[in-house]
Design a protein around this ligand. Sequence first.
Ligand code: UD1
Length: 340
Amino acid sequence: MHVLVTGGAGFIGSHTVVALLERGHDVTIADDFDNSSPEVINRIEQITGIRPALAEVDLRDEEAFDAAFATTAPDAVIHFAGLKSVGESSIDPLRYYEHNLSSTFSLLNAMKKHGVRTLVFSSSATVYGEGQEPPYGEDGGPLDANNPYGMTKVMLERILSDVADAEPGWHIALLRYFNPIGAHESGLIGEDPKGVPNNLVPYVLQVAIGRRPHVSIYGDDYPTADGTGERDYIHIADLAEGHVAALEKIVAIEGARAWNLGTGQGTSVKQLIAAVESASGIRIPAVIAPRRAGDLPRSWADTSRAEAELGWRATRDIADMARDGWRWQSQNPRGFDSVD
Ligand code: UD1
């Protein structure tokens, strides 16, 4: 298939592009490098020996995007592009709703106009909200989120489901990611947050490399085994392979279908820090800090639907995630800016 990957230069996008190319698909990346680096394209070429085509365009520019879409003439789309910081979304909700919704409308309009009906959408486990207990199953209850970023995912899942219900011929996969971490095993691509990282693992890796003095553990009085928050961390390469499996499956399923992409295992903040210490051989100073507003004590996936229907399961463990994440960070201490 020829796959248009929006946000294909980002963390999850770039690893998915590698998985698609390795599986023999053709790829065009649509990205405006607003929160990513053009160096990613060189790295993808280094890993796969193939340089993916690039449409440098902002999806919200409907005319420019439609023209790029027409030239690309893809068979299917994987849609990653969007804003993704929970904290920022609470400070500037309007920007988040406007950006994430209007870019998806622009994409759907182009898909309709050009007769492309196969879409894999980047959703999040954040849509399970606060009312459910892990493991989270796809049909466990109504979707909800406690911040505007998460609410854009809830709204877009609903919009995509309504479109698929109303018009025959759509094939839409809704992929709910748990906590993607790690990096490609080559160390050539990985997560490169701009500014101070919000998420645990990029922060811990920056402490390990010496860019930050210590990590704050947001609460050690949760009702968990060691008192720190538990999450379902999934290796980015497993997540990328999950996208290829979902794409290849959804072409045979009419309508919209949700799948969790996780491992089904919870790991605590302290266990995660210990894994990075073993992988790097560096002690990570940590201080206990107050809980972060909006954090859940525990979150992990029920992975049975993805296993049964996609024939996919995560195979890499926390040690693999810490090792590959550390390789990326130590080879690229300042992310893609490390290149001269
Ligand atoms: C966060 C988002 C979620 C988003 C996901 C994307 C929040 C509340 N949730 O999930 O909506 O889909 O990122 O990857 O921001 N922690 C620390 N110290 C830190 C950072 C985090 O102790 O400096 C803890 C957190 O309390 C949590 C765990 O580490 O228990 C993981 O946090 P994080 O990596 O931010 O992911 P989530 O909060 O699960």
